[in-house]
Design a protein around this ligand. Structure first.
Ligand SMILES: [Fe+2]
Length: 220
């Protein structure tokens, strides 16, 4: 008898989609985000910076000026550019359903110097996403947390001491833990809504501006 094969089987991988937009009109959308603070008049949140209401995709509800309507309409178009890639990945075509992607909620985040976003997820919405309007180095990356049950209590090899030895920590980190994705202005991240994530501290003097949203597919 002898061992003749070894397969590495990757179970339960989490797919996060990252897109980049060429020639993203940063200036136009930064100005729009700045105007939004006056249009929406929502509260500044300690720690997290400013967040607009989560239904600003309802263009008629919030916007009267053509410039604002055009900006919001364009943002809605831009954020949906990556949706067909998810449809392809999950083979929606095979379902033989007449589906359309719909934005359930959408809001703008302005993280001022020192602001961050705590660990959270977007529940069972479907998919969540972020478009980076103004995101430079040191403005805080998005960090994802492994949500598999018991992973945080997992120690291999099992040691007598309570403290996890370095080697064991290395094994753990290669199996679960935290993963960061580097982003820049004009990038879009799409992720399953249940995936826990946070945003690091903005260590610069300029605001970090992003549009976050939840979406799912529905029968027409
Ligand atoms: Fe989020």
């Amino acid at each position: 008898m002898k061992l003749v094969s070894h397969d590495n089987v990757l179970l339960f991988p989490v797919k996060v989609h990252k897109f980049s937009i060429e020639n993203f009109d940063q200036q136009k959308f930064v100005k729009f985000a700045t105007r939004l603070q006056y249009i929406c008049q929502s509260q500044l949140r300690t720690g997290t910076g400013w967040q607009s209401p989560s239904d600003i995709h309802d263009v008629n509800k919030y916007f009267k000026e053509k410039e604002d309507i055009d900006c919001m309409t364009e943002l809605l178009k831009i954020i949906s550019w990556g949706f067909p890639e998810i449809e392809k990945y999950y083979k929606f075509k095979k379902l033989n359903l007449d589906l359309e992607a719909r934005i359930i909620s959408l809001w703008v985040n302005i993280n001022y110097p020192g602001a961050h976003n705590k660990m959270h997820n977007h529940g069972t919405a479907g998919f969540a996403g972020t478009l980076y309007i103004q995101k430079d180095e040191d403005q805080g990356e998005i960090v994802f947390e492994d949500v598999r049950r018991e992973s945080k209590l997992w120690v291999v090899p099992k040691t007598k001491t309570f403290d996890v030895p370095t080697d064991s920590q290395w094994i753990s980190e290669n199996i679960f833990g935290y993963q960061e994705i580097e982003t820049k202005t004009g990038d879009i991240i799409l992720l399953p809504s249940w995936l826990d994530h946070m945003v690091g501290i903005n260590k610069t003097q300029d605001p970090r501006i992003s549009v976050s949203f939840n979406f799912n597919w529905y029968e027409k």
